[in-house]
Design a protein around this ligand. Structure first.
Ligand SMILES: [Zn+2]
Length: 166
């Protein structure tokens, strides 16, 4: 199983918040300082914390990038909890979609009714046919293993999917 990064992401959110807070603190200090040395000192600290923030963002991107994070600029506004909930919902939706869709595996990679690969009996309608038989999966479950093209099209159509035999 793929390792979950949610712990790391939670830590990054906290770190980034602290660094951003400190960066802002020193930014104000250096803007207000009258003495040049003190001013430079505050500025260096500001830069340090600002760089740390930047580093947090890079780490965050590298953690979420493989998951094709698609919320654009909004993602940084989410806190860790919201992020984790959103991820879980997204995974569930993807799983639901997979489990309710038919997947067709053609035995001969040819989706024409006029092809002739011998004589087969359909698992579903029991009729004889000559085109490529198909394995039919609903999600991860195999439903039929020698399905005719008419049945394949009917199943796909009733499920709101595009037909493949013609
Ligand atoms: Zn059939």
């Amino acid at each position: 199983m793929k390792k979950d990064n949610t712990d790391k992401i939670s830590i990054l959110f906290v770190l980034n918040k602290n660094f951003a807070h400190k960066a802002e603190y020193y930014r104000r200090k250096y803007q207000r300082a009258r003495n040049q040395d003190i001013r430079e000192n505050h500025y260096k600290k500001y830069r340090l914390y600002n760089d740390l923030c930047q580093r947090c963002r890079e780490l965050f991107s590298s953690l979420v990038y493989p998951k094709k994070f698609g919320w654009g600029r909004h993602f940084w506004e989410f806190d860790a909890k919201e992020y984790i909930e959103k991820q879980a919902k997204y995974k569930q939706a993807k799983k639901d979609k997979f489990e309710t869709a038919y997947r067709i595996h053609l035995h001969f990679f040819q989706n024409s009714f006029s092809a002739d690969y011998g004589t087969y009996n359909c698992d579903r309608c029991k009729r004889q046919f000559h085109h490529s038989p198909s394995d039919v999966y609903l999600g991860s479950k195999k439903k039929f293993s020698h399905c005719c093209g008419h049945c394949v099209n009917t199943l796909l159509e009733r499920n709101g999917q595009e037909t493949i035999f013609n």
